[in-house]
Design a protein around this ligand. Structure first.
Ligand code: HEM
Length: 426
């Protein structure tokens, strides 16, 4: 038996999801309970679960039976290439993951603290004062700069400037439905029509690759450096594999972290009692960041493509289907979080330890960049609040809107900034 789910045509299910993911899933959850089947047009059915226990069973398939890489491959391979920790599975995945783990551990990324603060300060100084603007875009500029300088290790002004221009376009075209859903057999043809998004995507990718391969060559000739590229050059990965992993970290780490930061301010600016305790109480700041990622998880699902049938919640899910947690609902499970509807950072200060907190997924495929993302969020929030007083021009909460694989604030977190006088210092 398979889990229950809506009966409407898959095209309608897809449209409902895109129009309002939050309400759609809440209604499925109310109607069908903690495990249900959703069908998207053109894809195998997906079984969603909404409790930590069931999610753990899905994550357990990382030991065998579930493929996180295959579940992402069709959407990402044209961007990240054939050698990415995002899209590989089995032994090839582990060979790559082993090389990415060490440079992204908490102890290693702690060394980036001052660089992150300096990048944030540089950008914050350019923000407009006294008129509303979209904070999420500004956060994307900061997280992009962090990737260019601390992950790609590129410091040269000409090359960083060029990447700053190229990368947003590469991500926008590479993530657009016109490119992602373009059938494989039509790609050679589309590549030859210069004004099509696919051709533009290929041009951008070629130029970015030329810069990355150039950097890899230069750095092989002069080894060392504390950035992630420097560490990857010490491993067995070849140039193409390193290029693929650099783009992987860009894809996985840029928009996600910026959206997490956008949500942090969207929430904080509507809760004076929280804002008051920020940012210098370090444990509270850490807890508040975690609570933001609980109430507004940026990535809504962490699916596995099953290559064997899976017994889950009393049902049997066929091979060839997807299974995964629907993270926003797991985070509201009252069995795992007391008063789940309340924003209460204190729960993390009281030593809340639960497998139900899963903004970074779980199992063996747990986000490799989680420690860097959490550090970035803490440091950037601190830098902003030391320099500026932010307010929300409209106090109504921003809705969640689907943006690529993230749920982002619908108005991109609109804020108005005023200089803090005198500037608060740490
Ligand atoms: C707030 C920011 C971030 C969020 C919410 C986030 C969330 C996630 C989630 C949900 C997954 C899937 C885990 C699973 O399938 O169980 C993931 C995987 C991944 N993330 Fe992140 N991430 C963030 C930041 C970053 C950063 C900064 C980097 C890199 C520097 C990064 C690199 C990756 C990679 C490479 C994977 C694939 C891991 C694998 O399959 O082995 N992420 N992330």
């Amino acid at each position: 038996m398979i889990p229950p789910g809506p009966r409407m045509p898959s095209i309608v299910q897809t449209a409902r999801f895109v129009a309002d993911a939050e309400r759609t899933f809440e209604s499925y959850h109310r109607r069908y309970g903690p495990i249900f089947t959703v069908r998207y047009a053109g894809f195998p059915p997906e079984v969603y679960v909404t409790t930590a226990e069931l999610a753990a069973e899905v994550y357990r398939t990382d030991q065998g039976g579930g493929q996180a890489g295959a579940a992402r491959k069709d959407f990402l391979e044209h961007l990240v290439g054939a050698h990415s920790v995002l899209t590989l599975d089995g032994d090839p995945w582990w060979r790559h993951r082993k090389t990415l783990n060490p440079p992204l551990r908490a102890k290693q990324v702690a060394g980036y603290h001052d660089d992150i603060a300096a990048i944030a300060a540089e950008r914050i100084a350019t923000w407009p004062l006294g008129r509303p603007f979209a904070l999420r875009e500004r956060m994307q500029e900061i997280t992009l700069e962090i990737i260019i300088r601390l992950i790609f290790g590129i410091r040269d002004a000409g090359r960083t400037g060029r990447l700053r221009e190229l990368l947003p376009g590469l991500l926008a075209t590479g993530g657009s439905t016109q490119v992602v859903l373009l059938p494989e057999r039509l790609r050679p043809l589309a590549a030859r029509v210069p004004y099509l998004p696919y051709a533009r995507f290929l041009r951008l990718r070629a130029e970015v690759d030329a810069i990355l391969f150039g950097e890899i060559r230069r750095r092989r000739a002069a080894p060392g450096g504390t950035d992630v590229l420097g560490r990857l050059l010490e491993t067995e990965l070849d140039d193409q594999e390193i290029r693929d992993e650099l783009i992987t970290m860009l894809i996985a780490g840029h928009e996600t972290t910026a959206t997490g930061l956008a949500w942090a301010f969207e929430r904080f600016l509507r809760m004076p009692e929280v804002l008051e305790r920020l940012p210098d109480d370090e444990p509270y700041l850490d807890a508040a960041v975690k609570e933001v990622l609980r109430v507004r998880p940026v990535v809504y699902e962490a699916p596995r493509l099953l290559d064997a049938p899976l017994r889950l919640g009393g049902y049997e899910i066929p091979a060839g289907w997807y299974a995964g947690p629907y993270i926003p609902l797991v985070h509201r499970d009252p069995a795992a979080f007391s008063e789940p509807g309340r924003f209460r950072p204190e729960r993390f200060l009281e030593g809340h330890q639960s497998r139900a907190w899963m903004p970074f997924g779980g199992g063996r495929r747990f986000c490799v960049g989680a420690q860097l993302a959490l550090l970035e969020m803490r440091v950037i929030i601190r830098e902003v609040l030391h320099r500026l007083e932010l307010t929300a021009p409209d106090q109504a909460p921003e809705a969640r809107r689907l943006q690529n694989v993230t749920l982002a604030p619908a108005k991109q977190t609109r804020v108005t900034a005023r200089a803090r006088t005198p500037a608060r210092t740490a």
